[in-house]
Design a protein around this ligand. Structure first.
Ligand SMILES: Cc1cc2nc3c(=O)[nH]c(=O)nc-3n(C[C@H](O)[C@H](O)[C@H](O)COP(=O)(O)O)c2cc1C
Length: 370
C-alpha cells in the first residue's frame, strides 16, 4: 500500500480532492459596495488560489443582514451576491478547483452600525463579548451588550443558513462549511459563558448544541450531507469565546455530527487564537484532533499554525486527512505547488489582511513570477 501524504487524493463526500492542501476561510473585507457583493477582484483572488482538485473554503459569508459584523464582508442572501459568487465559482472551476462557501452569522460580534434597523446585535443572551467591534465606518469601539434572541426568532436563523446553502449551490459552488467556530453565533450558543438561556436552547449540553444541529440538519436537508461540512474551535479563544471544559461539550457535538455523515469536520487546533492574530498562540493546549479523531469516522481537516513539515507529518501519521492554511495561503497563491516542491514561501503582510484593494490581495507573486 502506498503511503498517504499531503499530496494524495481524498474522497470528501461528493467530491474528490487531488491533494490535501486546503485554503482556510479568510475574511478579507473586499466585497463590492453597496450590497456586500463578491466582485471581479474577489473572483480573481480565488482563481489565483485554485488548483486542480484543490479545496478552497471561502471567507465567512453572512447568511442574513443581521448576521454581518464587519464592513464589506460578502453575503449570500441577495440575488446580486449569488451572482457574484457564481463568478467566483466559475473562476475557481476554470482551474478545476473546488469552492465551498463558509456560512456565517456573527451574533454578538457585530455593532448596531451593521444592523439594518440600527438596533442591537443579537446573541443567545444579553452578554457583551470582550474586546472591540469594528463599525460600518471602520472604527474600533467596545462591543455593545447584545439583545437576547427571542425563541420565535431562531427558526428564521436556521432558515437563513438553509437559504444560504441553497444559494451557494445555485451559484455553482461545490458545497458549504457551516461556521461553528471562533466565537460567532453558533459557538455563542454552544458555550456556557455566552449562553445563559433558560429555554430549550440553553443550560444542558444538548440544549446548547440544539441550534447548531438544527442548522446542520437544515443545510443537509437542502443540499445533502455529502456537500456540507462544519468548522469548530473547541479550545479557541477568538472573539471572547472559551468554554471552561470543552471536552464533554465537543464530544457530544462531534458524536451527533457523526450521525449526520457530513462531508467533513474542520477543527481549529488550540495552538493559535483561531483568527491568526498572534503569530503563534498556545502550544501547550489539548489537541482538537485527538478529541475528534476517535469520535468522527469521516474526513477531518485541521488548521492553525501549520507549516510544511507539521502538515506532512500530521497527514502521514493519520492524525488528519487535510490541512487548511490561512496566512501562508494569503501570501502564496500557488501554495499547494510550493509545498509540493518545497519552494520558499512569500512572507505575508498583516497590514493588508482586512479591507483595501488589490494590494496585499491579488498581487502576491506565484512561483514562476517570483
Ligand atoms: C486575515 C484572516 C481572516 C480570517 N478569517 C476567517 C474566517 O472568515 N472564518 C474562519 O473560520 N476563520 C478565519 N480566520 C482563521 C483562519 O481560517 C485560520 O484558522 C487561522 O489563520 C490559523 O491558520 P494559519 O496559522 O494557517 O494562518 C482568519 C484568519 C486570518 C489571518
Amino acid at each position: 500500500m502506498t503511503e498517504t501524504t499531503l499530496f494524495s487524493p481524498l474522497q470528501m463526500g461528493a467530491v474528490k480532492l487531488q491533494h490535501r492542501v486546503v485554503l482556510a476561510p479568510l475574511t478579507r473585507m473586499r466585497s463590492e459596495q453597496p450590497g456586500n457583493v463578491p466582485g471581479a477582484l474577489m473572483a480573481e483572488y480565488y482563481r489565483q488560489r485554485a488548483s486542480a482538485g484543490g479545496l478552497l473554503i471561502s471567507e465567512a459569508t453572512q447568511v442574513m443582514p443581521t448576521g454581518q459584523g464587519y464592513p464589506h464582508t460578502p453575503g449570500i442572501h441577495s440575488d446580486a451576491q449569488q451572482e457574484g459568487w457564481r463568478k467566483a465559482a466559475a473562476a475557481v472551476h476554470s482551474k478545476a478547483g473546488l469552492l465551498y462557501i463558509q456560512l456565517w452569522h456573527v451574533g454578538r460580534i457585530s455593532h448596531s452600525s451593521h444592523q439594518p434597523d440600527g438596533g442591537l446585535p443579537q446573541a443567545p443572551s444579553a452578554i457583551a463579548a470582550s474586546g472591540t467591534a469594528l463599525t460600518a465606518d471602520w472604527k474600533s469601539v467596545p462591543f455593545e451588550v447584545p439583545r437576547a434572541l427571542e425563541l420565535s426568532e431562531l427558526p428564521g436563523i436556521v432558515a437563513a443558513f438553509r437559504a444560504g446553502a441553497h444559494r451557494a449551490i445555485a451559484a455553482g459552488c461545490d458545497g458549504v462549511e457551516v461556521h461553528g467556530a471562533n466565537g460567532y453565533l453558533l459557538e455563542q450558543f454552544l458555550q456556557s459563558r455566552s449562553n445563559q438561556r433558560t429555554d430549550q436552547y440553553g443550560g444542558s449540553i444538548e440544549n446548547r448544541a440544539r441550534l447548531l444541529l438544527e442548522v446542520v440538519d437544515a443545510v443537509v436537508a437542502e443540499i445533502g450531507a455529502e456537500r456540507a461540512g462544519i468548522r469548530l474551535s473547541p479550545w479557541g479563544v477568538a472573539n471572547g469565546s472559551g468554554e471552561d471544559d470543552p471536552a464533554p461539550l465537543y464530544s457530544y457535538v462531534i458524536t451527533e455530527l457523526a450521525k449526520r455523515k457530513l462531508a467533513f469536520i474542520h477543527v481549529i487546533e488550540g495552538r493559535a487564537s483561531g483568527i491568526g492574530r498572534g503569530e503563534l498562540g498556545r502550544t501547550d493546549g489539548p489537541s482538537a484532533l485527538s478529541l475528534a479523531r476517535p469520535l468522527w469516522p469521516g474526513v477531518l481537516i485541521a488548521a492553525s499554525g501549520y507549516e510544511r513539515d507539521t502538515a506532512m507529518a500530521d497527514v502521514a501519521e493519520g492524525r488528519v486527512d487535510g490541512v487548511a492554511f490561512g496566512r501562508h495561503f494569503i501570501a502564496n497563491p500557488d501554495l499547494p505547488s510550493r509545498l509540493k516542491l518545497n519552494a520558499p514561501l512569500n512572507p505575508y503582510d498583516r497590514s493588508t489582511f482586512y479591507g483595501g484593494t488589490a494590494k496585499g490581495y491579488t498581487d502576491y507573486p506565484a512561483l514562476e513570477t517570483v
